[in-house]
Design a protein around this ligand. Structure first.
Ligand SMILES: Nc1ncnc2c1ncn2[C@@H]1O[C@H](COP(=O)(O)OP(=O)(O)OP(=O)(O)O)[C@@H](O)[C@H]1O
Length: 218
């Protein structure tokens, strides 16, 4: 069973067509990279894969079933990390535990610590830090840890490394590969850093002018 199947997808904003995808299949347990120029439709595709917006026309199947943006159960399975992550104005611990708490999980302290370790942040050092005591790269990694902690089936990351230094970029690469291997998470990652994206992805898709230009195995 495929994870996503898109057929004849068209997205328009104000009557202008910004994305046209005749056919695209994404498989479970893989990392898909998406690259393309500014304004080519990458974030639009990511919002659709996150079920945050519906296509104007076409079919979007998630695990062989037609997906609807009103189906809240999908929100539990699919999570989107954006370029400017939103953190609660609280401690790192509260941020990473939040999603676990609302899902009524037990053992949340251990799960939060594990997720922080996965993004290369020491729980001893970071758990009790406040949101304003984090660098941009640390904040991005805390936001990623908060998403990993809830063990999503699908993790979508839109430009997760832009404005991050080499170390944070490498940590995010490692966390993505580890999520695939150890959590069986499927990932879709948008990045302008072709070399980094190729190094993390099983397959890279090039989008240009709202169309898939090529899709190949990295
Ligand atoms: N909410 C919106 N309303 C109107 N137009 C939009 C909206 N969101 C995106 N667009 C337009 O759709 C097109 C695709 O935008 P999108 O953000 O998907 O591109 P992108 O490939 O992610 O670009 P970037 O690399 O700059 O982030 C652009 O022309 C953009 O101006």
């Amino acid at each position: 069973m495929s994870l996503y199947q898109l057929s004849n997808i068209v997205q328009t904003y104000g009557g202008r067509t910004v994305l046209t995808i005749d056919s695209l299949t994404l498989e479970s347990g893989t990392i898909t990279g998406i690259i393309g120029p500014n304004g080519s439709g990458k974030s639009t595709l990511m919002r659709m894969l996150a079920f945050l917006e519906a296509p104007k026309s076409g079919t979007l199947l998630f695990r062989d079933a037609e997906a609807s943006i009103t189906d809240t159960s999908l929100r539990r399975e699919v999570t989107l990390l954006t370029q400017q992550p939103y953190l609660l104005k609280r401690t790192v611990k509260e941020n990473v535990e939040y999603g676990l708490r609302v899902r009524g999980m037990s053992n949340i302290t251990d799960m939060a610590a594990t997720a922080l370790e996965e993004v290369g942040l020491s729980p001893e050092t970071f758990l009790n830090r406040n949101w304003f005591e984090l660098s941009g790269g640390e904040a991005q990694r805390v936001a990623l840890a908060a998403r990993l902690a809830i063990n999503p089936s699908v993790l979508l990351m839109d430009e997760p490394t832009s404005s991050l230094d080499e170390e944070s970029t490498e940590r995010i690469r490692n966390a993505a590969i580890r999520a695939k291997a150890e959590r069986n998470t499927s990932l879709v990652i948008v990045s302008h850093d072709r070399e980094w994206l190729t190094s993390v992805s099983d397959r890279t898709i090039l989008i240009r002018n709202g169309k898939i230009e090529s899709a190949h195995i990295s």
